[in-house]
Design a protein around this ligand. Structure first.
Ligand code: NAD
Ligand code: UDP
Length: 340
């Protein structure tokens, strides 16, 4: 079976993708420096799949250390999740974000060249569409001005990978622009496990639902949307994970050195609708207040899913109710997240 190297495979999206790869018959090797995840994830993956995956505690920016992974395994393709992702932190620590996110990708590409690995899937983000109001975003929508260093790293990495693909046409590279991944594995054993007070909507709602945090602040209800709150395209992380398997399959047959897909559901959900759906899942009201807008937020973001449906054969299956119920199950089974 072909072996997929999953960098950042101990993290939120990576760990769910490891399961999907396993379920589709791939061998998986994981490289993660545990900067934003706990080793316990590996035990949980073993519980779910019955398999202990080969794990390297390695910083992907350290090319020499990462080389060992390529020397010891016959890597067929790579999914590169490793990176820092907190928007607010990136504003405070831009150099860490540029050096980690760009450094780790360049290191992976150098090793792809050195070891003749030809297939790469890269985690990009809908954030590269910037502040445009022209929704749904299609893959042809113009890239915008990002509002923070995190977003710029994705924007720059897409360009770096386009240049790399142009120079090495034998490589096949797939850029995936994720919309808003939420939810958790149906077992409740793995899920999103943020450090400290969460910044994102779903982890925050679930902490309020659990009583760990007092109250959710809705960041603005004066947007030009039906209920005044922002609209996003939430996608279940298990669907997103399956999208990566489709991307690897696509790279096996495409002739193009570079391809690009949105991964979303094509449906928008407002903040107020998300709260209502979560209340249904947890069975009680979620304390919330209206606060000011958060700088950098756009009113509406959702994906055009046509291209992914047509070329990847990818269509998200889960809706907002499953996203909330699995998120809640993960929260209640792991009220303090995972232990080190
Ligand atoms: P995550 O933080 O849960 O997972 C990232 C993993 O990478 C972590 O386990 C972390 O320890 C590891 N890591 C970070 N830097 C590393 C390095 N230099 N070497 C080795 N390991 C390293 O994040 P996630 O939500 O699973 O996101 C995965 C990828 O998807 C990231 O690149 C992120 O930017 C991108 N993405 C995420 C979202 C989202 O909302 N979660 C949206 C769009 C794009
Ligand atoms: N949001 C909110 N309160 C919070 C966190 C988020 O109202 O405590 C809103 C935010 O303004 C955005 C939506 O929820 O409209 C999704 O935010 P998130 O940070 O999860 O993802 P983003 O789309 O910003 O990447």
């Amino acid at each position: 079976m072909p072996t997929v190297l999953v960098t950042g495979g101990n993290g939120y999206i990576g760990s769910h993708t490891v399961i999907s790869l396993f379920e589709n018959g791939y061998d998986v090797v994981i490289a993660d420096n545990l900067s934003n995840s706990k080793m316990e994830v590996q035990n949980r993956l073993e519980k779910i799949t019955g398999k202990r995956f080969k794990f390297y505690n390695v910083d992907c920016c350290d090319t020499d250390a990462l080389r060992k992974v390529f020397e010891e395994n016959k890597i067929d393709s790579i999914i590169h999740f490793a990176g820092l992702k907190a928007v607010g932190e990136s504003v405070r620590m831009p150099l860490e974000y540029y050096s980690n996110n760009i450094g780790s990708m360049i290191s992976v590409c150098k090793l792809m060249t050195e070891f003749g690995v030809n297939k790469l899937v890269f985690s990009s983000s809908a954030t590269v569409y910037g502040e445009s109001e022209d929704v749904p975003f299609t893959e042809e929508s113009p890239l915008g001005m990002c509002t923070n260093p995190y977003g710029w790293t994705k924007w720059m990495l897409e360009q770096i990978l386009r240049d790399y693909a142009k120079a090495t046409p034998e490589k096949k590279i797939c850029l995936l622009r994720y919309f808003n991944p939420v939810g958790a594995h149906e077992s409740g054993l793995i899920g999103e496990d943020p450090r400290g007070i969460p910044n994102n909507l779903f982890p925050y709602i679930s902490k309020v639902a659990a009583g760990t945090l007092d109250c959710l602040t809705i960041f603005g209800d004066d947007y030009n949307t039906p209920d005044g709150t922002c609209i996003r395209d939430y996608i279940h992380v298990v669907d997103l994970a399956k999208g990566h398997v489709k991307a690897i399959e696509f790279l096996d047959k495409t002739e193009d050195p570079i391809c690009l897909f949105n991964l979303g559901t094509g449906h928008g959900t407002s903040v107020k609708e998300a709260i209502k759906a979560f209340e249904k899942a947890c069975g009680h009201e979620i304390n919330h207040v209206i606060g000011p807008r958060r700088p950098g937020d756009i009113a509406v973001s959702f994906a055009s899913t046509e291209k992914a449906e047509k070329l990847l054969g990818f269509k998200a299956e889960y809706g907002i109710d499953e996203m909330c119920s699995t998120c809640w199950k993960w929260q209640t089974m792991n009220p303090d997240g995972l232990k080190d």
